[in-house]
Design a protein around this ligand. Structure first.
Ligand SMILES: [Zn+2]
Length: 228
């Protein structure tokens, strides 16, 4: 507004507020529509001082827990998307909707990371088996997995800064604590019973079987494998 009243020509005027020059920082933080989103989300996030976007991001992300960091980044993404929708598709601006959209996306993404990551799922399963083995101290337990990556990670000293890395660390601790556990990699065709059992168990809420109630295809896998 100030620049316009002084008749200063702005080449790249912001297409949302039509008041100031468009920069990444302006678009995502200082444009009044964006500022409103930040104020609603967290009034402690400063939007007054003008700086480079990277600097602003660094200031607001440093020392923040993972979830708060994810929220700030996702809200930036949602604001950017809303700007595009307004400029290119003439969709109206609604700060509450922009925030809601960001959280919806973040929650879907987080769930997808956990559900669709087969390596993590396998690592969690091994950890579960190892914690059972802890209770059967009098027996030696053999754990087999057809996921080579997980077995190699547990045996290695590699540290990963992720949910998978955390589960691998927990598996290593369990293996170290228990001297009755053997961990092996097994090819999938030799692991059909476990594979089939995991597959059908989704249809059985209590996931408890005995030889009489076990699904037929699992039963035949076990018979085949015990013959080999
Ligand atoms: Zn603007």
């Amino acid at each position: 507004m100030l620049l316009q009243t002084k008749h200063v020509q702005i080449d790249n005027i912001c297409l949302v507020c039509h008041e100031e020059a468009e920069s990444v920082f302006h678009s995502l933080v200082q444009c009044k529509a964006a500022t409103l989103c930040w104020q609603i989300h967290n009034p402690n996030i400063s939007t007054n001082e003008t700086m480079e976007f990277a600097e602003w991001l660094e200031r607001n992300l440093s020392g923040q827990p993972k979830q708060a960091t994810a929220k700030i980044i996702t809200l930036c993404w949602s604001i950017w998307r809303a700007r595009n929708d307004l400029v290119w598709s003439n969709k109206s601006w609604n700060s509450m909707k922009i925030i809601a959209k960001a959280w919806e996306y973040l929650s879907q993404w987080t769930t997808a990371q956990e559900v669709m990551n087969p390596t993590l799922t396998e690592a969690l399963a091994i950890k579960e088996v190892l914690s059972w083995a802890k209770e059967w101290t009098e027996k030696t337990t053999t754990t087999e997995s057809d996921c080579l990556v997980v077995i190699q990670l547990i045996r290695s000293a590699t540290s990963l800064r992720s949910r998978l890395g955390k589960v691998i660390m927990e598996c290593r601790t369990l293996v170290r604590e228990l001297n009755n556990v053997r961990l092996y990699f097994i090819k999938r065709f030799a692991n059909m019973s476990a594979h089939e059992l995991a597959h059908v168990s989704r249809m059985y809420p209590d996931r408890v079987f005995d030889w009489g109630s076990i699904p037929v295809n699992v039963q035949s896998c076990i018979s085949n494998e015990s013959l080999e």
